[in-house]
Design a protein around this ligand. Structure first.
Ligand SMILES: *Cc1c(COP(=O)(O)O)cnc(C)c1O
Length: 353
């Protein structure tokens, strides 16, 4: 006899992480090349000598810092081991096997994996021809079994943003017993003044949660910490299903220090936004189709040419994230990294026409 694992896991796609290739420029995981904020590094160094102690299981100080920053009751906040852990907890907290989770597709690749592993039904709603979320189609997909909807804005991997007015109009039409999770992993990079602030929306609605992370703009991807501002009963359920001590001690102090370093954050986001606009402009000038982006990456919907483009970039020592048959997502890095990518994109244009 052999040990029996779940047979259905064989059919489950694995999460494909961006590759790290020594000597190459990694623009594959939407990390910020600049590194953690200097204040966070100082806090981590200081806390390093205390890691023989368990972390604060209730994540008290960070929860208070987030509550103060957003002017919400701490009861509305849940912190997770990365926002991807919160995605899983959200499905665990709302769904059993018969229930449905709606999400756009293509979007964050963790949604289908997590939904399947937890054991709920997944409903994928295709993006519009313009690579944006199709809110009408998402509304049409709602059934009495729907418990949860992920709304990713800006959307990973396409970069497209929902405007406040269209999002509010959509939320007005979602039944009040369906939880809408605004996945705002790239919120800090949004420069469009018409972009929504999910935390403000979550404060005003009984069935909306905003989910954000310290992994992207704050540069703490390696420490794993994200948070949600949610209705109090949802936040309580998330705490209930969380793995004890999953938010580690260094993550907690680094996140607090990062929150206090808003000037450092603003400066770095301004750099990313300026580089994003430059990269977008140059790609369009070369002749690529590039949807408008409000995140720290661009999306090249290359379809069948994606694999060839990916190989060409690798030959030029630039690692992008290829979605075979669909497109390539390329993170905005430091100016010289972006120059290396643009040079590869230019020479591919000459080869591929
Ligand atoms: C990166 C990302 C996350 C997950 O970030 P964590 O590192 O788990 O906090 C969540 N949602 C989207 C859309 C992302 O791109």
């Amino acid at each position: 006899m052999t040990v029996r694992t779940r047979a259905d896991l064989d059919k489950l796609p694995a999460y494909v992480a961006g590759r790290t290739i020594p000597g190459s420029i990694k623009l594959a995981s939407n990390e910020v090349s600049e590194g953690p904020l200097p204040s966070a590094v100082a806090a981590i160094n200081q806390a390093a000598g205390e890691v023989h102690r368990y972390p604060d299981m209730g994540v008290g100080l960070l929860t208070e810092a987030l509550a103060a920053r957003f002017d919400v009751d701490p009861e509305r906040i849940a912190v997770g081991c990365g926002s991807v852990a919160l995605c899983e907890q959200l499905v665990q907290a709302t769904c059993t096997a018969e229930d449905e989770v709606i999400f756009p597709w293509r979007s964050f690749e963790a949604y289908p994996i997590i939904t399947h592993v937890v054991g709920a039904k997944q409903v994928r709603v295709p993006l519009t021809a313009g690579h944006a979320l199709d809110l009408e189609a998402m509304l049409a997909a709602i059934t009495p079994a729907t418990r949860l909807m992920f709304v990713c804005t800006p959307n990973n991997p396409t970069g497209t943003l929902l405007r406040r007015a269209e999002l509010e109009a959509f939320l007005d039409r979602v039944p009040s017993d369906v939880l809408v999770v605004l996945d705002e992993a790239y919120f800090e990079f949004v420069s469009d003044p018409d972009g929504p602030d999910g935390v403000e929306i979550a404060k005003q609605r009984e069935n909306v949660a905003s989910m954000r992370t310290f992994s992207k703009a704050y540069g703490l991807a390696g420490l794993r910490v994200g948070y949600t501002v949610a209705p109090p009963e949802v936040a309580a359920a998330l705490r209930k299903v969380s793995i004890p001590f999953s938010v580690n001690a260094l993550a907690q102090v680094a996140a607090i220090a990062s929150l206090e370093a808003q000037d450092e954050l603003r400066k770095r986001c301004a750099n990313v936004i300026a580089e994003r606009e430059r990269v977008h402009r140059e790609l369009v000038a070369i002749g690529y189709e590039v949807p408008e982006t409000q995140a720290n990456f661009v999306w090249l919907p290359l379809g069948e040419r994606t694999t060839e483009f990916n190989e060409h970039c690798l030959e030029n020592r630039v690692v992008v994230r290829a979605f075979v048959g669909e497109g390539a997502r390329v993170t905005i890095g430091q100016p010289e990294e972006n120059d290396a990518f643009l040079a590869a994109a230019r020479s591919f244009g000459r080869i591929g026409g």
